[in-house]
Design a protein around this ligand. Sequence first.
Ligand SMILES: Cc1cc2nc3c(=O)[nH]c(=O)nc-3n(C[C@H](O)[C@H](O)[C@H](O)COP(=O)(O)OP(=O)(O)OC[C@H]3O[C@@H](n4cnc5c(N)ncnc54)[C@H](O)[C@@H]3O)c2cc1C
Length: 285
Amino acid sequence: MKYLAPTTVDEALEVLRGDPTSQVFAGATDLIPQIRAGRPEPAVLIDLKRIKRLVGLNHNNAKWVVGAATPTSTITANEAFIAAFPGLTEASGLIGSDQIQNRSSWGGNLCNASPAADSVPALIANNAYVVVASNSGERTVKVADVVVAPGRTSLRADEFVVEFLLDDPPPHSADAYLRLIPRTEMDIAVVGAAAAVTLQGNQIAKARIVLGAVAPTFVRVHEAEAALTGQTINDNTLAAVAQAARCAANPIDDKRGTIEYRRQVAGVLAKRAVILAAQRAQGAS
Ligand SMILES: Cc1cc2nc3c(=O)[nH]c(=O)nc-3n(C[C@H](O)[C@H](O)[C@H](O)COP(=O)(O)OP(=O)(O)OC[C@H]3O[C@@H](n4cnc5c(N)ncnc54)[C@H](O)[C@@H]3O)c2cc1C
């Protein structure tokens, strides 16, 4: 296996043009275990972490630009980012251990395309976009449109994610992410639920609710969002959120939980994520 560490996006694209079977990576926290488990080794591995544009966070003109290979521990240590996106910070901070987080990236979490990836529901709830580079130029894509099936993305073989784009949340907004795992540390989600809400007085003006690990791809729970919009948080609206989340979930049976259990937990976590996001939004300026 050949290892290359380009220092610019163009250099990385040149390698991809020369050998379309080459593969980009950032932290390799998914890639190495997968190769060890028997996945075919790519002939050329392209390390993205030496490309300056892909590592770091910038906040300008009410927009966040986060390099696709930025270690998640760098993101979760940024005070301004934590204040703007407490839920997305929580989601990113749940990935593996401290050691994993010093390597793992949002780009890898997204492009590994696991339905249980923790940062992705929170990115979708916050309406994040990615900038994707290829030899024919750059395009901007919704994070929600990247994962198309377990292990498969909508990206072409000659494309990679350069950075994530997030707008500052509007006033009186906040997010939350909750997940259930079968033990206290280092496992993947049985269910993950992200909520982002904007308040107007004590009513919900806007809500986005996204589930992970309960279907082949991430599930936006539009019915729960509709049940909340223009309403206060009360027993009826929360029951509607839970019911909509249970119905939207289309999970599998496996060693981490049955279909019935996952559906039930999806309802509970969606409801709790909405409550937490709304409490935070009440305190937000
Ligand atoms: C012990 C352990 C615990 C873990 N726990 C969790 C957990 O709790 N929650 C969770 O969500 N994940 C978990 N993971 C999985 C993994 O750590 C995350 O998915 C992580 O975010 C992957 O990032 P990475 O940079 O290491 O990806 P890599 O391994 O470098 O890449 C993963 C995939 O994405 C592709 N890729 C990487 N960057 C890009 C890019 N910029 N553009 C296009 N394609 C790209 C690679 O080609 C590869 O196919 C765990 C892994 C381990 C080993």
